[in-house]
Design a protein around this ligand. Structure first.
Ligand code: ADP
Ligand code: MG
Ligand code: MG
Ligand code: MG
Ligand code: MG
Length: 440
């Protein structure tokens, strides 16, 4: 039996009535087309056409005919849909009518970078730590009203969200997620759910699915889940720490029991590559105007470009576990990012370090936030870009990252940056009226 025939049999056995074909736009927003099950065979063989010109950062009107081809490995039922009319989803690859991959499809960009790693013998593994807020709905609209006032690792009854979090986790598990931990985070109404690492493509698919499931289940509980980086001033924002490792011949390539800190040369080179492209990675890992309000001192978010094997103030931390769990943790990405583009940029930067045999600066052993500006200059510790416009400029000037993302995506990100920046720059914010209205 062919793979398609097996898949069709499974769809029938699962009593599926509708299939959602999902993909992501350039911002990492999930899009979908629903088809009745009668169209499944066509979808799995020829693909389903759609108009790409109405998707953010996709195609111009003149070349807008696109085709969605389901990736059969991503088949999953949506557990919250009714038993008698089951809905399944596939994550799709986007093709042009001439049957070649579309260069603006973020999933394709990641696959291309992973193929480069594979040529060098590497698999790229990522485990993200998803942080988010659960806010109350007010008059049917999302608000920034806290649902609970718990703090780090708090339990019910302070953690009113325990039941909602459990409901989210059950649904994720039914969709095949391997959940490792969940807890209340530091800020009011803030939570973290961690799922097991996998190769970067599967993890990126998992991140978009995670956001979609979390928002859906929160709403069913009358709450709004947000992955916005810094929804409330004065308290922690939400991050998406990315735990990264390379594997070669089934072994963790970052582990070397004989090396200093038991970190292999490959690991050092990878860290060096990531640090040297950190500013341009920021454009994709921190993609909104608001993302930069999280990257400030005082809230556990990184600001300085350094690495450390011992403290959490650096951009890149090496967590304590070794052996198969040896990994580096990039702490800058936030959960509003497009995971496909973010992982592609991190990998391209790390591989560049490996290929060019780069060496990282000295391991920062002290709390960098306690250092004076002078000390940081002396130790050559640079800072991440302070806003989207600056980060975009770094990306545009970075050949390695531009090559990995491809000109279609880079052009698209430039357009979005310009629009966002102009809109933000010309708006009059409440801060300004508070500051100036009476004074002048
Ligand atoms: P933290 O200590 O920063 O809070 P967590 O325990 O919340 O970290 O999350 C650790 C993440 O690292 C999990 O997603 C886990 O699956 C992932 N991880 C473990 N080993 C590896 C590895 N070898 N490569 C990539 N990720 C890994
Ligand atoms: Mg964590
Ligand atoms: Mg932990
Ligand atoms: Mg956390
Ligand atoms: Mg972490």
């Amino acid at each position: 039996m062919t793979d398609v025939a097996k898949m069709l049999e499974r769809i029938e056995a699962d009593n599926v009535k509708f299939i959602r074909l999902q993909f992501s736009d350039i911002e990492g927003q999930i899009k979908n087309v629903a088809i009745p099950v009668s169209q499944a065979e066509k979808a799995l063989t020829a693909g389903i056409g759609f108009d790409g010109s109405s998707i953010e950062g996709f195609a111009r009107i003149e070349e807008s005919d696109m085709v969605l081809k389901p990736d059969m490995d991503t088949y999953s039922l949506l557990p919250w849909r009714p038993e008698n009319a089951k809905v399944a989803r596939f994550i799709c690859d986007v093709y042009k009518p001439d049957d070649t991959p579309f260069e603006g499809d973020p999933r394709y960009i990641l696959k291309k970078t992973l193929a480069r790693a594979a040529e060098m013998g590497y698999t790229f593994n990522i485990g993200p730590e998803m942080e988010f807020f659960l806010f109350k709905m007010v008059d049917g609209e999302p608000s920034v009203k806290f649902q609970d006032f718990g703090g780090y690792f708090d339990l019910a009854p302070i953690d009113l969200a325990e039941d909602v979090r459990r409901d989210i986790i059950f649904n994720l598990m039914e969709m095949g997620f391997d959940i490792e931990a969940s807890h209340h985070e530091v800020a009011e109404s803030q939570h973290e759910i961690d799922f097991k690492y996998a190769d970067a493509l599967k993890t990126a698919d998992n991140v978009v699915t995670f956001r979609f499931v979390t928002k859906t289940i929160a709403l069913q509980n009358g709450l709004h889940a947000t992955f916005m980086a810094k929804p409330v001033f004065g308290i922690n924002g939400s991050g998406m720490h990315c735990n990264c490792s390379l594997a070669k011949d089934g072994k963790n390539a970052f582990y070397d029991p004989k090396a200093p800190l038991e970190l292999s040369k490959t690991c050092m080179q990878f860290i060096a590559g990531v640090l040297s492209h950190a500013k341009s990675i920021t454009r994709v890992a921190n993609p909104t105007i608001n993302s930069y309000k999280r990257l400030v001192p005082g809230y556990e978010a990184p600001v300085y470009i350094a690495w450390s094997a011992s403290n959490r103030t650096a951009l890149v931390r090496v967590p304590a576990p070794r052996g198969n769990s040896t990994r580096i943790e990039l702490r800058s990405p936030d959960p509003s990012c497009n995971p496909y583009l973010t992982f592609a940029a991190i990998l391209a930067a790390g591989l560049e370090g490996v290929e060019k045999d780069m060496e990282p600066p000295a391991n920062a052993t002290r709390n960098i936030f306690d250092m004076s500006e002078e000390q940081r200059v002396k130790e050559h510790i640079d800072t991440l870009p302070g806003d989207l416009y600056t980060a975009n400029k770094y990306m545009t000037e970075d050949d390695v990252i531009c090559k990995a993302l491809g000109s279609h995506v880079v052009d698209g990100l430039n357009v979005i940056t310009k629009m966002e920046w102009d809109s933000f720059r010309t708006a009059v914010h409440p801060w300004e009226t508070e500051r100036y209205l009476s004074k002048y």
